[in-house]
Design a protein around this ligand. Sequence first.
Ligand code: SF4
Length: 259
Amino acid sequence: MANPKIKSSAQIAKKSNATAGRKPAAKSLYSKADLEEIFRRFSIQRPEPKGELEHVNPFTLVVAVALSAQATDAGVNKATRALFAVADTPQKMLDLGEERIREYIKTIGLYRNKAKNVVALSEKLIADFGGEVPRTREELVTLPGVGRKTANVVLSMAFGQATMAVDTHIFRIANRLLLAPGKTPDEVEQRLMKIIPDEYLYHAHHWLILHGRYCCKARKPECERCVIADLCRSPEKTWDIPAPLVELPAQVIGSEAAS
Ligand code: SF4
C-alpha cells in the first residue's frame, strides 16, 4: 500500500504548509505548488464561475438551495421560475400558502416536505430576523430545511463569503483525487478550506462543482478532457496529458442530465 512517491509528496505538502506558517497540514497528496497550479488552471477555465440555481435575492436563494436537496439544479430552476415570479419575499410566500407552493414545486423530489419547510422558514425569517436572511452560519442553520451545506452556499452566493459547501460532486472529487479525503462532508470541507490557496478560495467551490459535473463525472471521469490530468493523482485516472486550457462558459444550465 505504501507508495514512496506518494509519501514523498505528502511530506512536501506538509512541509509547504508548515513553511507558510498559517495552515496546518491536511491529508492531501498535493504539494502547495500542485494546488496553486490546479486552481490557477480552473481560474483560467472559468474566470467568473456562477452557481446554477436561479434566484433574485438572498431569500429566493435560500429557498432554491433548500429545494435542491436530492434534485438537479435544472429541475429546481424549472419549478422556481414561476414560484419566485409570484413570491420573492417571506411574506409573499406565506400569503401564497403551503398548498399553492406545493403545486409550484410538485416536480421536485420530496416536494411535500419541502413545501412545509419553505413555509416554516418564511415564518421564522419574519418572526426572528425581520424578514431578512441572516448573514451568519449559526443563524442560517436555525432555519427549517437549512443545513450547513445550504448555509455555506447562501453565505458565498448571497453575501460574498469564501465558504466550501460540500455537495456530491465536491465530496467525490476530494476523495477520488485524494485532494482532501474525508469520510464526511464536514471533514472534506475542513480539509479543503485548509489546503486551497487563499486567493482561489472564493471561487473554489464552484470550480470543483463544475469540474465534477462536466468533466470528473461520477460514473466515468473524462480524463482526456481534463485540464489537470497531468497533476491528478487519482487511481481512477485514465489519461496523463492535460487538455488545452481554454475558457469555458461560467455555467451550463440544463446539461446535468448528461453527467
Ligand atoms: S484526470 Fe480524470 S480523475 Fe483526474 S481530475 Fe481529471 S477527470 Fe478526474
